[in-house]
Design a protein around this ligand. Structure first.
Ligand code: PTT
Ligand code: SF4
Length: 606
């Protein structure tokens, strides 16, 4: 097999043993890599009802066939597990040298099972794999842990680590790398913590065998040149994702006060333009020539890497309009290893609960110190932090009084930074995203604003499906960043060419989309298997706030989602996917996608 290394590393922490296992060409072609591999491995190897924090849950780390190759923005890796936040399939994607070195160490993926007796880390050095003592690192933030591991093992390693959030099982703890890359929103860092696994450090020097190395290098060089020549390149390098703040404010989709409003009076103070004035450095993922990590000094004088989602969820969504203070909260999140999106949602939820006197603590809108204290409490599991560490769905279940209506999550995963009171297509994107509410799949908002946000027509369901195929299926399985395409217009047609040069297998974009459909139906089957008779179409609904409570300010004042319209959109979407009216893949669909074996399991679960 060319392009793939053909091997999965399996580590059993309970026994302190590892083996290397080969996989078949059939598996590779059917699931490609990254999310495709993760979904299949979790379907096959976790039993229904597995406790996410039990040794039986698996941590899957998976690259794609394009990861680590000399191609634009190819340093991405998927981390996945059964999620402690949602109870369903969970994954995330981060840019890291660990992605590059895992492939160069000779593996496309690794699966970690069991639980270590004491804090440990896994050291992979080409073919050698060792489970090592991490007692000295336990209790340390992710930044310091990575620095220490580099001091010990040399600079040329890739590190995936957790902070205290993962150690203490905060349900939205992430895995962190390179002091600013963070992935695994649905608590994949907490799964790592439950295994007493502090870090994975990887060194790799092997060459990846390619079908046509010369061709791949040529294509890669042309690809990098093409990225540089894109009209938006210079502006992107200046602001990265931060430019989205101004756009969202102008179009009334900027989450503000726990998604109660969609414009923020102080938006200019947390904007991309404002960030540019404070910027001190720029960082990014490996193999990338359009690096987008913008760094400023925070209110304590420490460096913090900003992205749109982080700034908005820890800024306008909690009523905080001071960028340096927002950057400080963001830095805490990165160091502790907490997802900023779920964290910002949870802080917003707690502020609203405090305002409504549903909790006794005073946590005020826009108060940086209250937010900071809540973050510390969350990581330690103390005071109001006990509730906050569980995420908004569980917190609302505990405090009751209809607070679930403004607990801003879908399937337990908190909503990313786009208000959808007046964006039904984007709401459908959140509703049907395969891990809960994440924008990473159907980010249709800018298209929707252009074509007309008031429509509930079938074109919206079709767009959601199209984006899920490209982003949630294609990029997540090939193992490369989607930003060259979505942000600069680097053409999708490059990717089948890269794939063929790497693997020797001719593939069309349509075939990539069919694989994406296979992965989506498999992931959906995973959720249905877990939720059984509790599964229903309301699992794909956004929170009641968007249907019932309209914003009181801005050009979209008074507009809210229409429930019948949303239901129509959902029906259209299910039909396009070949799923039934409960959003469950039909047996005929599963058979068509080569997943006939799971149809029977699903039928028994309903
Ligand atoms: C991603 C989600 C995002 S998506 C952001 S900002 W974004 C938040 N980033 C966080 C962070 O930072 N620190 C933290 N403690 N929590 C954070 N939570 C949020 O996590 C990221 C970029 C970005 S920045 C995006 S959109 C793109 N995402 C890609 C993707 O998902 N797939 C892919 N093939 N390419 C992508 N390219 C872009 O990568 P999750 P990163 Mg992140 C600090 O992980 O779980 O998927 O959630 O990985 O290396 O930081 O790159 O406006
Ligand atoms: Fe990473 Fe940004 Fe480059 Fe994508 S564009 S690979 S997120 S630095």
């Amino acid at each position: 097999m060319k392009g793939w290394t053909g091997k999965i590393l399996r580590v059993d922490l309970s026994r302190g043993k590892s083996i290397s296992q080969e996989f078949s060409a059939d598996f590779a072609l059917k699931f490609l890599g990254g999310r495709g591999f993760a979904a299949k491995l979790l379907w096959d190897e976790t039993k229904p009802g597995t406790d996410p924090f039990s040794p039986e849950n698996l941590l899957v780390v998976a690259t794609g066939p394009l990861t680590a190759l000399p191609l634009p923005s190819s340093g991405k890796i998927v981390v996945a597990a059964k999620s402690p936040l949602t109870g369903g399939y969970g994954d995330g994607n981060l840019g890291s040298w660990a992605a590059v070195y895992l492939r160069k160490a000779g593996y496309d993926a690794m699966v970690v099972a069991g639980v270590a007796q004491s804090p440990s880390y896994i050291m992979i050095s080409d073919g050698d794999v060792e489970v090592k003592d991490a007692t000295d690192y336990w209790g340390m933030g992710s930044f310091e842990t990575e620095r220490r591991l580099r001091e010990k093992h040399g600079k040329s390693i890739g590190v995936l680590t957790i902070g205290q959030g993962g150690e203490n099982l905060v349900r939205y703890a992430t895995i962190v790398s390179q002091e600013g890359r963070s992935g695994g929103r649905p608590g994949i860092g907490a799964v790592m913590g439950s295994k007493k696994l502090k870090a994975i450090a990887i060194e790799g020097k092997k060459e990846i065998q390619l079908a046509d190395e010369k061709k791949l290098k040529e294509l890669g060089q042309e690809g990098y040149q093409s990225v540089l020549s894109k009209p938006n390149y210079k502006f992107w390098k200046r602001q990265g994702t931060m430019a989205t703040v101004e756009w969202c404010q102008a179009n009334c989709v900027l989450p503000t006060y726990n998604f109660r409003e969609n414009v923020f009076d102080e938006a200019a103070n947390i904007s991309g333009e404002f960030m540019e004035k404070l910027k001190v450095a720029q960082r990014g993922c490996p193999n990338c020539n359009m690096t987008c990590g913008n760094i400023i000094d925070d209110s304590e004088g420490n460096q913090s890497e900003l992205d749109y989602e982080n700034v908005v969820m820890l800024g306008s969504n909690i009523g905080l309009g001071n960028l340096k203070q927002v950057a400080h909260l963001n830095r805490l999140a990165d160091d502790y290893g907490l997802d900023t999106i779920s964290l910002g949602n949870t802080i917003g939820f707690m502020m609203e609960a405090s305002e409504k006197k549903l909790i006794k603590e005073k946590i005020e809108w826009g108060n940086h110190d209250d937010a900071e204290r809540l973050i510390e409490d969350t990581v330690k599991g103390e005071g109001p932090g006990k509730l906050a560490a569980k995420g908004t769905r569980a917190a609302a279940e505990e405090i009751g009084r209809d607070s679930n209506k403004w607990a801003m999550n879908v399937k337990g995963l908190e909503i990313s930074a786009y208000d959808c009171h007046s964006a039904p297509g984007m709401a459908l994107g959140f509703g049907t995203c395969s891990i809960g509410a994440h924008h990473k799949e159907a980010w249709v908002i800018s298209w929707e604003v252009n074509v007309g946000r008031e429509s509930y027509g079938p074109e919206k369901a079709a767009k959601v499906l199209e984006f899920q195929r490209i982003r949630g299926g294609g990029f997540e399985s090939l193992g490369v960043c989607r930003f060259p395409w979505i942000e600069l217009g680097f053409e999708l047609e490059w990717y089948p060419k890269f794939f063929e040069a790497a693997t020797g297998v001719k593939i069309s974009l349509d075939e990539i989309y069919q694989t994406a459909d296979r992965i989506y139906s498999l992931i959906r089957a995973y959720w249905v298997r877990e939720y059984g008779s509790q599964w229903g179409r309301t699992m794909d609904y956004p929170p009641a706030r968007w249907f019932e409570e309209a914003p009181k300010k801005g050009a979209q004042k008074g507009v809210k989602l229409d429930v019948q319209g949303y239901d129509r959109l959902l029906n259209e979407y299910y039909e396009m996917r070949g799923w039934d009216s409960k959003g469950i893949p039909r047996a005929t669909t599963l058979q068509r996608l080569g997943l006939g074996d799971i149809a029977e399991v699903i039928a028994k679960k309903q």
